[in-house]
Design a protein around this ligand. Structure first.
Ligand SMILES: [Zn+2]
Length: 568
């Protein structure tokens, strides 16, 4: 076969490999357009303060040989960009590489969930969890580890809650005749931080539908009765949000009508029970309350609807005590240039105790520890200190992070950002930045290396419901991981929140993300953004319509009266 004449040009493969080499040199890694854009933006921001740029231009016009001067300028800029891109990328690459290595992540979480189990502040399990935190931080190579205690107004633990519902059905005269009992051993647990109820027999049950004003009016006299409140099956984050906002008005109406107790029908099917709380700050609620299995609750409702009176024998022997001590665990990697400034990577260590708190939030407590390990193993030294914080008391109303933000208020001017993970192991899609548009360009460049994991979005929302909240109200830049729902909601606070639900390959990617973002925040030449003043935060709240959210959760008065958040 005749050979084709050789052409004196590069083959496709040669050209391709040259392109790859060029792009790698340029970007330090495979250069995706969005990554290039983000790197360019950040480099431009850092390289050119506007005045400096003008000086360059005006000098250039005065040079003897304008063409040569211009060439020097271009060469210099190209060199500067390549150096910047390579450094920024190689830091992230090293952190990602270390994070994805085999590590004690799985073993640490096994100890925390299977051995220690559910962790309510004030219980021996929570004390063990705090010791676990100290041990694993030390083993991960922390420069220092300590605990900071705070107290919760009242302790609470569930006893052996019991509920039996009874009704009667009439058997036709042709058969046996008379009334036969229907007995339902209701699957029920107490609502957390609800008061106890001494064993009480024969409480009439009354259906109050969705629990609106109109529903309560329709139900008539509820005094001395057990109020049965309906719910919808939990499918979305919005459903969960609705479950939290719906409860307080129902409690108000039940208290007003002198009901004995409330039975909330569970939002999960298949007899799944979970721990819910309506008390916002670790105080005991106003009325005894239980959560009943969806199947039992709906059956009782159908019996009531078909004109069968139903009664409950109910006993809620909760153990309630006075103030209780608990602690946050804090580890540090000391900053090399500005050790007094600090970024925080945090997750809550406490959990409810029906399950073992694996998705909420043991997996992310283990993530925080493993991110410290990965940063240490990379050999990189951040300019600022990174504080790795495992908060306690989150489930009782963000009490640990609230105490931390309050106790460290005087040094929050030096805070370079707070990163929080608290949504199980569904894929991270981005971060919510607490309503702050000013941090977007730099944040975009910090998360650019995480695009390979699908982390692309920055949301200018202000969120409630996890440990960034009090830092956000103190004006500190905050970053809450936005995650796919995955299996989070069905297991949320439930008996089924156990180790086997954790997606470890995904969790390891989150370790990489958390390490890159917290290191990035700690290592920026200038902090990502200033601490906002009270007025600026207030403006951000109004711009993002978060005042409605704060009002819905009863937090607005605390903010506007400066009981909570930035003082000046
Ligand atoms: Zn949580």
């Amino acid at each position: 076969m005749p050979q084709r004449p050789q052409r004196r040009s590069f083959s496709w493969r040669q050209r391709r490999s040259f392109q790859l080499w060029f792009f790698r040199v340029l970007g330090g890694i495979y250069l995706r357009p969005s990554r290039l854009k983000a790197l360019l933006t950040e480099w431009l921001r850092r390289t050119f303060h506007f005045a400096l740029f003008r000086k360059f231009i005006s000098n250039a016009s005065g040079m003897q040989n304008p063409n040569r001067g211009f060439l020097f300028l271009i060469a210099g800029l190209l060199f500067s960009f390549i150096t910047f891109a390579q450094t920024a990328n190689s830091d992230a690459d090293r952190l990602i590489h270390e994070a994805l290595q085999p590590s004690p992540l799985e073993t640490n979480l096994h100890h925390l969930t299977d051995e220690i189990g559910g962790r309510i502040p004030g219980t021996p399990a929570m004390q063990h969890a705090v010791q676990w935190g100290v041990q694993v931080f030390n083993a991960a190579g922390a420069d220092s580890v300590h605990t900071e205690g705070f107290s919760i107004p009242q302790s609470w633990a569930e006893g052996a809650t019991e509920m039996i519902a009874t009704a009667f059905y009439e058997v036709g005269e042709a058969k046996v005749g008379g009334l036969l009992p229907i007995v339902i051993r209701v699957h029920a647990v107490s609502i957390a931080w609800a008061p106890s109820l001494a064993p009480t027999k024969h409480i009439p049950i009354v259906d109050v539908g969705e629990g609106t004003d109109a529903d309560f009016k329709k139900a008539g006299d509820i005094s001395g009765k057990l109020v049965l409140a309906h719910s919808v099956v939990l499918k979305t984050w919005d459903d969960l949000f609705a479950e939290y906002t719906k409860a307080p008005p129902i409690i108000d109406l039940a208290v007003k009508g002198k009901a004995t107790a409330i039975a909330f029908i569970a939002t999960r099917e298949h007899d799944i029970l979970y721990r819910h709380t309506n008390s916002g700050a670790g105080e005991i609620d106003r009325l005894p309350m239980v959560l009943v299995a969806r199947e039992d609750g709906e059956r009782i409702a159908r019996l009531l609807a078909s004109r069968h009176p139903v009664w409950a024998d109910l006993s809620i022997p909760n153990q309630i005590g006075g103030p209780v001590k608990t602690a946050n665990v804090i580890a540090e990697i000391r900053g090399s240039e500005k050790p007094d400034e600090f970024a925080i990577l945090g997750a809550h260590l406490d959990s409810w105790e029906l399950g073992t708190g694996a998705l909420d939030n043991g997996c992310n407590a283990a993530l925080v520890v493993d991110a410290l390990r990965a940063i240490k193993a990379s050999g990189l030294k951040p300019r600022r200190t990174i504080r790795f914080v495992l908060f306690s008391g989150e489930e009782e109303g963000l009490l640990g992070s609230r105490a931390y933000a309050f106790n460290h208020r005087s040094e929050l001017d030096r805070a370079a950002g707070v990163v929080i993970y608290d949504s199980g192991t569904g894929k991270t899609t981005g971060f919510s930045v607490g309503g702050r548009k000013d941090v977007l360009p730099t944040a975009q460049s910090l998360i650019a290396p995480l695009q390979q994991f699908g982390v692309t979005q920055l949301l200018t929302t202000m969120e409630w419901g996890t440990d960034h909240f009090d830092f956000m109200l103190e004006g500190v830049p905050t970053f809450v991981a936005e995650q796919d729902e995955a299996n989070y909601l069905e297991n949320y606070h439930a008996v089924s929140d156990t180790y086997d639900k954790v997606d470890f390959p995904q969790l390891k990617k989150h370790v990489a993300e958390a390490a890159v973002l917290s290191f990035g925040l700690a290592n920026l030449p200038d902090k990502i953004g200033p601490r906002l003043t009270h007025d600026q935060i207030d403006q951000t709240i109004r711009e993002t319509h978060s005042d409605d959210l704060l009002k819905a959760f009863g937090l607005w008065d605390d903010w506007s009266s400066r009981k909570r958040g930035r003082q000046k």
